[in-house]
Design a protein around this ligand. Structure first.
Ligand SMILES: CC(C)(COP(=O)(O)OP(=O)(O)OC[C@H]1O[C@@H](n2cnc3c(N)ncnc32)[C@H](O)[C@@H]1OP(=O)(O)O)[C@@H](O)C(=O)NCCC(=O)NCCS
Length: 185
C-alpha cells in the first residue's frame, strides 16, 4: 500500500491592488520586517510607493503571494535592466547582467509565518513561475550579508552566492556587505 502523500502546497501570485494596501501596511509595520525593509508603513507612504505598480504603471511587479488562497507575503519582481540603479549594483558586485535576468525582493508578512519554511517555499514557487518566461536565464537577489535568514532561504532552494561586495544597506545600522545570489534556469 502506498503511504498517504501530504497535501501539496498551492502557491499563487497576483499583482497587488490598492485594496491590499491595508494588509501591506500591517506587514510593513511589523518590527521584524522593518528591521530589514525600513519602509514607512503609513497609508500615505504605501500609496506613494506601491500605487504606480498597483495601477500597472511600473515596469516591475509587486506580487501578493498566497498559500492555498491565504495571503502570506509580498514579492517584488522585475527585469534587472528595468532599473538602471539595480544594474549598477549587481554589475559592480557580480559582473555583467543578462538583459532578461530577473531580480526579486520579498517578505513574509505575519510574524507567525516566518521561520517555518514558508519563505523558502514562496521563493521556490515564484522562481518556477518566473521561468515560465523562456527568455529568463537566471534570477538574481542581492541580500545584505547580515540577513542570514534571507540568504539561507535562497540557498535552500538552489540559489548560490556568486559574489559579495558593498552596497547601501536598507537599514543604515547594517554593514554594507551584500551577497549576490543566483539561480539558473
Ligand atoms: C527572509 C524571509 C522571507 C525568510 O523566510 P522564512 O520563512 O522566515 O525563512 P525559512 O523558514 O524558509 O528559513 C530560511 C533559513 O533561515 C533560518 N531562520 C529561520 N528563522 C530564523 C531567525 N529568526 N534567525 C535566523 N535564521 C532563521 C532557517 O533555519 C533557515 O536556514 P537553515 O536552512 O540554515 O536552517 C522572512 O524571514 C522575512 O520576510 N523576513 C523579513 C523581511 C526580509 O528580511 N526580507 C528579505 C529582504 S532581502
Amino acid at each position: 500500500m502506498t503511504p498517504p502523500t501530504a497535501h501539496p502546497q498551492s502557491w499563487s501570485f497576483r499583482r497587488l491592488t490598492r485594496d491590499d494596501f491595508p494588509l501591506l501596511e500591517t506587514w510593513l509595520a511589523d518590527d521584524d520586517v522593518r528591521r530589514w525593509w525600513q519602509h514607512d508603513p503609513s497609508p500615505e507612504a504605501v500609496a506613494a510607493d506601491f500605487g504606480d505598480s498597483a495601477d500597472g504603471k511600473e515596469p516591475g511587479e509587486d506580487l501578493l503571494a498566497s498559500l492555498d488562497g491565504r495571503p502570506v507575503g509580498l514579492v517584488q519582481r522585475s527585469r534587472v535592466h528595468a532599473y538602471p540603479e539595480d544594474v549598477e549594483i549587481f554589475e559592480r558586485i557580480a559582473g555583467p547582467v543578462h538583459e532578461h535576468a530577473v531580480e526579486l525582493d520579498y517578505l513574509v508578512g505575519a510574524p507567525g509565518d516566518r521561520g517555518r519554511g514558508l519563505g523558502s517555499a514562496m521563493l521556490d514557487a515564484v522562481v518556477q513561475d518566473t521561468f515560465r518566461d523562456p527568455q529568463v536565464p537566471y534570477v538574481l537577489v542581492s541580500v545584505v550579508a547580515a540577513n542570514r535568514r534571507s540568504w539561507r532561504a535562497l540557498e535552500r532552494i538552489g540559489f548560490r552566492i556568486v559574489a559579495s561586495g558593498d552596497a547601501e544597506p536598507d537599514n543604515p545600522a547594517d554593514d554594507p556587505l551584500h551577497h549576490v545570489l543566483r539561480r539558473d534556469r
